[in-house]
Design a protein around this ligand. Structure first.
Ligand SMILES: [Zn+2]
Length: 72
């Protein structure tokens, strides 16, 4: 059913949002560090699983960096 699919996607988005709020990797669930390559207002964090995140210390928020390979 279409409704179920939409709910599933929302659940995944909510789970990912929750993980980022906890400072955890979306791929492996490990806690993310806060030190890495400083870039502008934020820091580029690389998880041990090679997933990359952009951390903004001022607002304590992580954002997932999409690899160029994934976009292709
Ligand atoms: Zn990870």
């Amino acid at each position: 059913m279409e409704e179920t699919n939409i709910t599933g996607r929302q659940n995944i988005a909510l789970l990912q949002q929750w993980l980022l709020e906890q400072g955890r990797c979306l791929c492996c669930g490990q806690p993310l560090v806060t030190n890495g390559q400083v870039e502008g207002e934020g820091v580029i964090i690389t998880c041990p699983c090679q997933e990359k995140y952009f951390y903004l210390p001022k607002i304590n928020i992580y954002k997932r960096l999409i690899k160029p390979n994934d976009a292709a």
